[in-house]
Ligand binder design. Structure first.
Ligand SMILES: NC(=O)c1ccc[n+]([C@@H]2O[C@H](COP(=O)([O-])OP(=O)(O)OC[C@H]3O[C@@H](n4cnc5c(N)ncnc54)[C@H](O)[C@@H]3O)[C@@H](O)[C@H]2O)c1
Length: 314
């Protein structure tokens, strides 16, 4: 059945893919974005579709619309962007969550929160399961994002307990793909852009720290399955790809796939950078019957094609 669906942060990397998929499934999509990190280019191809509508709006202010479902993605996601105006980052997570939950309560909509593996901080257990409470620095330079997202989760669960809202919380681990911002300092886009330009590839620390990388199509599939899951399944549920790669392995793969002559250079590790991050996705497998299907090599190849064709904008 066709629904009216609000996607906040819909002009961003993940949001634009989600809007695209929801429209393809026959839904009407209202994309709300203040274009802080999102770009009109990401959704330009959807503008002529009568099922798609865009509204410039900052989620730290209340929003009055009639919708059946809400995907709350609005929030800068990369350290460069979320540390640019940390107070605004926390406000976006916390006030944004309050405003969207208030809206969901008013119109009786199901609401999904795009939370993050950052709620686990620098984890003491590996891989991370949803029942792990995390090890987060409350006063560091990443805290505006980590604690903002943790507080948003708190608000979601209090609205569920107190107001019986149908909430869905997904904890997203590193996701990559076409339409990532080319200059946001995230490792996959960094390495690809540097390799395509033949520049040195920057490794922070010794490159032994590991991450797991999920391709965007897999992530969007999981979000849609989560929204459609049984009413009493709230999450939080980890969504990510459990295959683990060191930064050195990733750099070598990018160099091989691009055929680049780039060399590796090493710089000091930023403050509070986690050493290891890998999701345990048992819960997503059980509850959503979901697991990633796109290999790193396949996903990187698609992402490289996007960056190779990208016209410089800003
Ligand atoms: N990409 C990942 O690996 C990843 C991992 C964990 C969590 N997430 C979460 O998923 C969501 C989307 O991330 P992304 O990678 O697409 O990042 P992104 O920066 O591309 O998208 C975020 C979008 O939110 C918009 N936005 C920011 N502040 C806003 C505000 N106050 N009002 C309205 N719109 C606002 C931005 O303009 C942008 O379009 C974020 O909430 C992020 O925390 C992403």
């Amino acid at each position: 059945m066709s629904k009216k669906i609000l996607v906040t942060g819909g002009a961003g990397f993940l949001g634009s893919h989600l809007c695209e998929r929801l429209i393809a499934l026959g839904h009407d999509v209202l994309c709300v974005d203040n274009y802080f990190t999102g770009r009109k280019e990401n959704i330009a191809h959807l503008l002529s579709n009568p099922r798609f509508e865009i509204m410039r709006h900052d989620v730290t202010f209340p929003l009055y619309v009639e919708v059946d479902e809400i995907y709350n993605l609005a929030c800068p996601a990369s350290p460069i962007h979320y540390q640019y105006d940390p107070v605004q980052t926390t406000k976006t997570s916390v006030h944004g969550a309050i405003n969207m939950l208030g809206l969901a309560k008013r119109v009786k909509a199901r609401i999904l929160q795009a939370s993050t593996s950052e709620v686990y901080g620098d984890p003491e257990i590996h891989p991370q399961t949803e029942d792990y409470w995390g090890k987060v620095n409350p006063i560091g330079i990443r805290s505006c994002y980590d604690e903002g997202k943790r507080c948003a989760e708190t608000l979601f669960f209090d609205y569920w307990r107190q107001h019986h809202l149908e909430i869905k919380v997904v904890r997203i681990f590193n996701t990559y793909g076409p339409r990532m911002h080319p200059n946001d300092g995230r490792v996959v886009s960094n390495f690809i852009v540097q390799a395509l330009r033949g520049e040195d590839i920057t490794i922070y620390g010794d490159g032994q720290q590991t991450r797991s990388f999920c391709y965007v199509d897999d992530l969007v599939e999981a979000m849609i399955r989560m929204m459609a899951s049984r009413a009493d399944f709230t999450g939080p549920v980890n969504i990510g790809n459990p295959s683990e790669f060191s930064m050195l392995q990733l750099a070598e793969l990018v160099i091989r796939l691009t055929g680049s002559q780039s060399k590796l250079i090493f710089k000091p590790l930023p403050q509070d950078d986690p050493k290891q991050r890998r999701p345990d996705i048992t819960l997503a497998q059980q509850e959503l019957n979901w697991q990633p299907t796109v290999s790193l090599e396949e996903g990187l190849t698609k992402t490289m094609a996007y960056f190779a064709n990208l016209q410089p904008t800003r």
